[in-house]
Design a protein around this ligand. Structure first.
Ligand code: COA
Length: 147
């Protein structure tokens, strides 16, 4: 299946991701999914991409450059397409971006109770740090050092 990552360039792109996924991501435990929240993230330097499969949005993906690191996070995969390995595709995308930019580390953020993401992260050689983030301390940090 052919997938690609499309950068959100303006408010219209953000809106289309939001409109498309409002139901699909309503169970997304990692991320507050409102137009205002997304705009705030983008204003704070997060770049937003949609993972597209044949014209359909599968997930929203964020990254941000900070020093020698790429900070990353993503929504859940659209429910109808979970179980097809797209989360591995997202991990590969982050790694490609980090390597192309000559960065040394990739950080990933997910909810403290997203245990499927834990095993995904571990299988891609990420290590959990002791850091807890977010207003309620419910976001955990993972790091991978690139060789
Ligand atoms: C979990 C998530 C990252 C998996 O993405 P996906 O593309 O659907 O994943 P796949 O089923 O193809 O599995 C990819 C990897 O995720 C991990 N994974 C997925 N399901 C898992 C499970 N039930 N237990 C442990 N690890 C799991 C594994 O590492 C798996 O790799 P493998 O199949 O090579 O072993 C993604 O669906 C997600 O973020 N879901 C969150 C939604 C959620 O938690 N909803 C609950 C509402 S509260």
């Amino acid at each position: 299946m052919k997938v690609n990552f499309k950068k959100a360039k303006n408010e219209k792109d953000i809106k289309s991701i939001l409109d498309y996924n409002i139901d699909a991501f309503s169970d997304s435990p990692d991320f507050k999914w409102t137009f205002e929240e997304i705009k705030k993230e983008v204003a704070e330097g997060w770049e937003l991409f949609s993972l597209m499969l044949e014209g359909e949005i599968m997930a929203a993906v964020f990254y941000k450059l900070e020093g020698d690191s790429l900070l990353t996070k993503n929504t859940a995969i659209k429910i109808t397409h979970q179980g097809s390995g797209f989360s591995h595709t997202i991990k590969e995308f982050f790694e490609k971006v980090a390597r192309e930019k000559g960065l040394k580390k990739i950080y990933h953020y997910c909810r403290i109770d997203n245990f499927r993401m834990y095993s995904l992260n571990e299988s891609h050689q990420y290590k959990k740090t002791p850091k807890k983030l977010g207003p309620e301390g419910l976001v955990v940090e993972w790091v991978k050092t690139l060789k």
